[in-house]
Every structure is written in structure tokens, then in C-alpha cells.
Ligand binder design. Sequence first.
Ligand code: GLU
Length: 506
Amino acid sequence: MDKAVRTRYAPSPTGYQHIGGIRTALYCYLFARHHGGSLILRIEDTDRSRYVEGAEQYIIDSLEWLGYDCSEGVHVGGDKGPYRQSDRKELYAKYAQQLVDSGNAYLAFDTAEELAAKRKDYESRGETFTYKASTRGDMRNSLSLPKEEVEQLLADGAPHVVRLKVPENEEVVVNDIVRGRVVFDSNLLDEKVLFKSDGMPTYHLANVVDDHLMEISHVIRGEEWLPSTPSHVVMYKAFGWQDTMPSFAHLPLILKPTGKGKLSKRDADKLGFPIFPLAWESERGYREIGFFPGALTNFLAFLGWNPGTEQEMFSKEELAKVFTLDRVSKAGARFDYEKACWFNQQYLMALSDEELAAAVASFAPPEIDIPKEQLLAACPMVKERMTFPIDFWKQHTYIFQSPMDYDPKTVRKKWKDNRAEQFQELHVRIEAMESFEVAALETLVKGYIKEKELGFGDILQPWRVMLTGLAGGPDLFKLSVFLGKEEVLKRMTTAMSAFDEMVAVQ
Ligand code: GLU
């Protein structure tokens, strides 16, 4: 790469930050890191009608949580700022004027009503109206109206916009790193509004001007922006900036879990997985569910990219080393929440006991207070059975409280014959133990099973339900020692009468 790599993540603070936006930020980050370049966070807030309070901070918080460090941006500053477009608004008028003066843009006086009427007229004929080279002659603009009329309109202060003038009969080529050479017919391109009558630039003008002024080398963004790119290419040429025009890479769509159609917020609501990185209003985010930033990053990296090897687990640093845009796929990437959970589980398994205990502690329900050492002892027992730290509190409640109910299937199946008597006996033997340790307890219980010529399941399964309420769980001997003799005996006594009642009502 001969010029310094500078990528930018340029979200609009319209509130709704799809997880797809985070994937864009990640790819921008990884690409910049791979080349020792810079990631810039630019806030594109020129459309004030869609502005949502708090959305900018939300974007910053999301990037910070995930650790996608920016070298420059609205939150960290930099020498090519300001990085918020509303703070740059004085700048754009000059560039719009430059295009008008060089004959690459024109003033359009069409009112909203006139444009609506035009669209309606086309629709009635089954066509779609586009403001373009072949139709602009029928509209009210500085190219179609006599010069004096334009001057009069301006003198009267008639509201107007600036539109891009697209050259006729040309091929506009977008050399996209992901999609290859994409050719557009200039005659079909709409002549986009660049500058609005309210004195604000549109996305198209501000985006191109800022990418130029901020010396962006690579524009990496979602595929939905590909249709706008030929207009941007026309603008780069019109400004005379074609030599420093950034390279483009349009990322594949993120598809619904079924693989059919674009992932929408509704899919997430319906299928019960989050669409936001962090909680937003009443919606929970990946962070609140207990995703580790590294796991979410690992998952998102694979949503449209692969390393070309079998390796799946990558830290952010490892990803930055191997990430290249030529391994980004053209085809849409199917969103697979199960896979995201799988990554989280792998990350959870890799935590040290101390780290896991700390993560679990941060999700502790306010009403439960477990001493730190106890958490530290309990976590390794259930680690393999957890996907999220909160699972500890939701699925493994027996660690800190007696079971409220018991797995009815096991009770029905196993609480028969002389079981009640045998457990009475076992209770007595456990009570008599001098040192309550894992090996000793195991010898005692297994010895008892052998002595009575029973199957392991005959005793161990109901015993597990007595202690945990559940049919499956951690090593019973370790769990018992963790709970302590007294608690084990207490749980056995309570369960025995509960089991009797359960089978009696059958
Ligand atoms: N502001 C645009 C957005 O919200 C950015 C598109 C681009 O990256 O050029 O997605």
C-alpha cells in the first residue's frame, strides 16, 4: 500500500444502530490495523430531521466497549476535525458553489409540490421519475430556465437546491475491492441533491468532501451504498480529486437466519436475539446479555469474511494480522445467533476462574449476596455448562439456594422400590463421615451402591435431583463438598419427603 491507510466509520446518529453497522466498524478497524493505519470516527448528522439525541454517545460507547480504538474522531479529536458534520456545516457551501461555478452542478428551483406532481404523473404511466440528464430540461433549474429568470428567482430569494450534473453517455466505473469492476450508465444516474435549501449539505456532498479532506484512503461500508457510489465517483472527478479518490469496498448484506432477505430488527424481535450492541431504550444489547466483546468481535468478523483456514477462534489482534479485504465475500452473510453463542461459550471457557467469578459477580441479582471466595469455588464446577455469566444465576441456582422444585421425570422414574429406605441409610452414613471430602464421599456413595447391588443411576440420579432439583449438572461429589455436609443432609431430608409426596399424587 503506497499511501497511508485511513479508514473511517461514518454512522448517522439516527438512533438505530444495527449490529451490521458494528460489523462495518470492525472491518474498518481491522483493515486499518492490518496496514498500520488509522480508523476515524466521523458522525454524519446532516439530516437533522432524523437526528436522535444520545445516538452519537451510543455509537462511541459501543466502539469503546468493543475496543475498536479510533486514532481520530469526534470523541478523540485529531488534526483533520471537526469530525461531526454539523460542526463543519460552513465548509460545504463553498464546495457546492465550486461545482456550480465549474459547470458540474446546477441550481434547481422545483418545489416539493412540483416534484410530487411529476412523480405522480410518471407513476400514472407506470414509470418512475428520476431527476437526470434526460429529464432535467423539463424541470425548473439553472440549466433549463433562461438566465434572466434564474437571476430573478435568486433576487427574489426563491428556495433552491444544488444538484449534481452528471455527464451524459459515459460509463461510470466503480472499482470495488469486494465486487470487482462495477459499471454504471451515466444516463441512468439521478442528479442527486448536494446542497439543500436549508443551507445543509446532503449526505452525498458531505461524505465526499469529508473523505477527501480527511484523506480517507479506503471507504469500507455496507452494500446498500453501492448504488450511490457512481455519483460519488462523478463528484470526485468534478472536483478534480480523482487521483486521490479513495478505494471502495462494499460489504455484503447481513441476511436473516433463514438466509432469505436482509436481517431486520423485526427478525431479532421475533427470534429473540439482540440487534443492538448495547441496550437501547427498552431493548437489551449484546453487552447486557453477557457477550464478551472479544466473542462478539470474533463472530462479527466471520459475518462476511473468512481467513481461508479452519481456524475459528481469533483475538482482535490476531484478526488484525490476518484480515484482508480480498477475503470478504460478495454473497450475503447469514446471521446465525447460535454461532454467536458458541463463540461466547468458547470465550467463557477460556477465562481463568478469577475472571469468570468476576464476570459472574457483575451479573449477580441484587438480592443475592455470595462471598467472593464462594463464587470462586463454585464457578469452575459449572463453567462447562455456561454460555453467559448470567447462566450461573439463572440455571445454577442450587449453588446458593435449596431447590424449589424437583425434576419430576427423574423422581417418577427413580423414586420406587426401597429407594426411600436406602436414602435414609445413606443419610445416616454421610452424617457419620468424619472428614467431608470429595474422595471420601465418592468412596462412601459408590461403595454403598455396590453393597446394595444397585446401578449407579439408581442412587446418583435421585441424589442429584435432591441436591440440585435438576436432572443434569456438575460433579456431585465436588458439589456436595462445596455445599457442606450440613446443607447436603438438609437437602436430602427435605427432598425425601417431597419425593414421597410427588409419587403419592401420581
Ligand atoms: N452516514 C452513512 C451511514 O449512516 C455512511 C455511509 C458511508 O459510509 O459512506 O451509513
